[in-house]
Design a protein around this ligand. Sequence first.
Ligand code: ZN
Length: 137
Amino acid sequence: MALYDFLKDLFSAAQKTQNIELLQAILEAQRQAWELQAENAELKKRIEELQDMHALEERIMRNPVQAYVMLTGDEDNIVYCSVCYDSNRQLIQMKFIQHIGPRGELRAATYECHVCKNQVHTTCSKQADMLALKEFT
Ligand SMILES: [Zn+2]
């Protein structure tokens, strides 16, 4: 940090004067420079987090009827819990549960969040069909 190096050099030069008030003022300036550096690092980190959050938010596809989200560009079509996403911005993959009838036929399916137990019911048989879910609701 250029400012801190400058103050360090200034302190070394001021030591020759033996001016206590000047030395204390430089030490105080150094302390404040460290505080600013720490605050600056924290703000840079926060900006990165907000940029990441914004980039993620732009990829979110919401279903207007049921409580799940998917991501644009996700070739695996993973289904995430919108309750968890809306409450704490965590993408929790929902578990796919098939409901098989007595003759072994697929009757319906449910996606369930293992964190909040949110459930999305569908007659879709494959995870990829969730993209067209609103046609079935
Ligand atoms: Zn959840």
